[in-house]
Ligand binder design. Structure first.
Ligand code: NAD
Ligand code: IPM
Ligand code: MN
Length: 353
């Protein structure tokens, strides 16, 4: 197969974890007899530095055309003085998500057995944890009116019933393939959008009698995630709460550097990116953990190209690297970003083809 995708490494550690990922993709292509047709484009601060918009037209056109996007990260202190849509985050990542209608963002949390002792929580809080966060990605406070007036500043949070309904359906459909439980997280004791969220989720739930529905307030959820994360299966939540809760969830898994994500629409378009950012504190030092990006590529192979064996080969290799302590410093290892990529690529080559 010709694996045609758009590669947008972006800023900070994005190009470092991206390069390690392409080495793995190369090994997959060789082992399974595919060709890689990679459309690499500038995005975020890297595009700004080249004198372009944060989301250049040809970058967006390629994303739209291939419908399979592998993204590193955007943003960093160098561009923090910029305002509004001149910023990498607001000017590239958000319009990409919105314009491709990538409203369903899936972020897993299943601590690898080899990493349980890396996490700051006790083993008994982590064993058996296996949940997925279904984060609404194209609505809410991220996309409402924002601005300044005489008194101060504002960010409007809006949700339509249709927006809540479609992400709820995604969560319930996913729960039907898993342990049949949805935990919907909101702030309905204060926010009107959360009251609509809760009502709409309850309506959708009536179509899924087999699925147990639980509601939790987001403040309490931050605590439950640390005390009994085993009780969750699919966590359904709005854009901003999902952003915050998934960084918290990454702690259960040992590092920000191991969680991939998929952002999906109703059609075939998908964007795959680690949940972490550009990590300016470690950028340029070869310290970044590439596993989140490598696993994002594995999700792309599976979800965009239907290449399940290839996706599994990557997951098996990642598991092997963790069990063998072939990791970067965030997981207690001594390897560089590139060395982890090479180790995974070699594992793929040795076990396939
Ligand atoms: P961050 O996720 O970049 O980093 C948080 C912490 O986790 C840092 O200490 C970092 O060193 C560590 N970390 C992150 N990824 C790691 C990896 N792969 N391996 C090892 N350690 C890793 O969050 P931040 O520092 O708050 O944000 C930095 C910039 O990234 C900001 O400009 C932010 O807007 C941007 N950002 C972009 C995305 C994205 O493009 N999807 C996501 C999050 C943040
Ligand atoms: C993420 C990031 C983004 C978000 C930022 C960079 C806009 O934190 O993907 O988790 O908040 O969605
Ligand atoms: Mn985030």
């Amino acid at each position: 197969m010709n694996i045609n995708f758009t590669y947008v490494p972006g800023d900070g550690i994005g190009p470092e974890v991206g390069a390690a990922t392409l080495v793995v993709m190369d090994a997959i292509a060789k082992a399974f007899g595919h060709t890689l047709d990679i459309e690499e484009h500038l995005i975020g601060g890297a595009a700004i530095d080249a004198g372009l918009k944060p989301l250049p037209d040809d970058t967006f056109a390629s994303c739209e055309k291939t419908g399979a996007i592998l993204l590193g990260a955007v943003g960093g202190p160098k561009w923090d003085h910029l305002k509004g849509e001149d910023r990498p985050e607001l000017g590239s990542l958000l319009p990409l998500r919105k314009n491709l209608n990538l409203y369903a963002n899936i972020r897993p949390c299943k601590p690898y057995p080899a990493l349980i002792d890396q996490a700051p929580l006790k083993r008994d809080r982590l064993e058996g944890v296996d949940f997925v966060v279904m984060r609404e990605l194209t609505g809410g406070i991220y996309f409402g009116d924002k601005g300044r007036d005489e008194q101060g500043a504002f960010d409007v949070c809006r949700y339509s019933e249709a927006e809540v309904e479609r992400i709820a359906i995604k969560a319930f459909d996913l729960a039907m393939t898993r342990r049949k439980k949805v935990t919907s997280v909101d702030k309905s004791n204060v926010l009107e959008t959360s009251r609509l969220w809760r009502e709409t989720v309850e309506k959708v739930a009536t179509r899924y009698p087999e699925v147990e529905l639980q509601h939790l307030l987001v403040d309490a959820m931050t605590m439950h995630m640390l005390t009994h994360a085993q009780s969750f299966d699919v966590i359904l939540t709005e854009n901003m709460f999902g952003d915050i809760l998934t960084d918290e969830a990454s702690v259960l898994c040992g590092s920000m550097g191991v969680i991939p994500s998929a952002s999906l629409s109703d059609g075939r378009t998908g964007m795959f990116e680690p949940i972490h950012g550009s990590a300016p504190d470690i950028a340029g030092q070869g310290k970044a953990n590439p596993l989140a990006m490598i696993l994002s590529a594995s999700w792309m192979l599976n979800l965009s190209f239907g290449l399940t064996q290839e996706a599994t080969a990557i997951e098996v290799a990642v598991n092997a690297a963790l069990s063998d302590h072939q990791t970067t410093g965030d997981l207690g290892g001594t390897l560089s970003t590139a060395q982890v990529g090479e180790w995974i690529a070699n594992h793929v080559a040795q076990h396939h083809g």
